[in-house]
Design a protein. Structure first.
Length: 167
């Protein structure tokens, strides 16, 4: 298996992997493939990595800019992340997260935030121990990982593409 940046022609495979990974998930409304499409269309898909196995895309992770109520810049949101169901549990998602975080760090990003399961993302250094909030998200699921500097406090906003408005 190899990890690489998304390239032209991967869009349909990324959408299919994402749809399959989230199908029937209790915390999904099925919008994840559309989120990626809207981020891409808005030019907000800052980092898009795929996992490829035997020439097929089997995993994907997206990173896009986030904003803070205090105006801090250089932070990114992780997500959606997806691994094809038949290859889940083999470390593909972990590799995608680690590689994405490495790329962000090396690119000078200040940090990364996500909404997700604390027990899973803690292994990568993400924590809910910060002064951030996002309307409608319980604080324990809003996780942050500082990369170059401290975690700011205040309200974090994900790109409008997450909510159906990629303007």
């Amino acid at each position: 298996m190899m990890l690489r940046p998304e390239r032209q022609g991967d869009e349909a495979a990324i959408g299919a992997v994402t749809a399959a990974a989230f199908e029937g998930h209790p915390r999904s409304d099925g919008s994840e493939p559309k989120i990626i499409e809207r981020l891409r269309a808005a030019g907000a898909l800052t980092l898009s990595l795929v996992a490829e196995q035997e020439g097929e895309v089997v995993g994907h992770v997206a990173f896009s800019p986030v904003t803070f109520s205090g105006g801090e810049r250089g932070w990114f949101g992780l997500g959606p992340i997806a691994v094809r169901p038949d290859v889940q549990g083999h470390g593909i998602g972990s590799r995608l997260v680690r590689e994405g975080v490495r790329c962000l760090r090396e690119g000078g990003a200040r940090g990364c935030v996500l909404v997700g399961e604390p027990a899973y993302y803690r292994r990568f250094g993400f924590s809910a121990e910060h002064g951030l909030s996002t309307p409608g998200i319980p604080r324990e699921y809003l996780l942050a990982l500082p990369l170059n500097g401290p975690v700011p406090s205040g309200i974090v906003a994900f790109h409008p593409g997450f909510f159906g408005d990629a303007a």
